[in-house]
Design a protein around this ligand. Structure first.
Ligand SMILES: Nc1ncnc2c1ncn2[C@@H]1O[C@H](COP(=O)(O)OP(=O)(O)OP(=O)(O)O)[C@@H](O)[C@H]1O
Ligand SMILES: [Mg+2]
Length: 85
């Protein structure tokens, strides 16, 4: 973990049944960086973003935001903010 990173994923994995949508992703986005997400249909872009927002639980691995693990509690907070608009 590093304070200079806005987003980190470690071994981030999400499967839907037998289909592995995100496979051991190691993402590092420095603070202040504009980061683009490119990939073919079905590459796992939306699934990754849902994992980063805590809208989906990883099958394995973890997400770190501003040096802090994205816990269940933080994910619930993001979810309730989202539904509050
Ligand atoms: N809720 C779900 N249930 C089952 N499979 C899913 C679900 N969500 C995504 N998938 C599968 O996971 C894989 C990744 O999908 P995802 O939507 O993350 O891709 P994407 O990169 O956002 O694609 P696109 O460019 O079409 O938006 C695909 O094979 C998709 O069919
Ligand atoms: Mg998508």
């Amino acid at each position: 973990m590093s304070d200079s990173l806005a987003i980190e994923t470690h071994d981030l994995t999400r499967a839907f049944g037998p289909r592995v949508a995100v496979d051991r992703l190691e993402l590092r986005v420095p603070r202040g960086m504009v980061y683009g997400f490119l990939g073919p249909n079905g590459a796992g872009k939306t699934t990754t973003i849902r994992l980063l927002l805590g809208l989906l639980r990883p099958s394995a691995g973890r997400v770190v935001i501003h040096g802090e693990p994205l816990t269940e509690k933080a994910a619930r907070r993001l979810k309730s903010r989202r539904s509050a608009g």
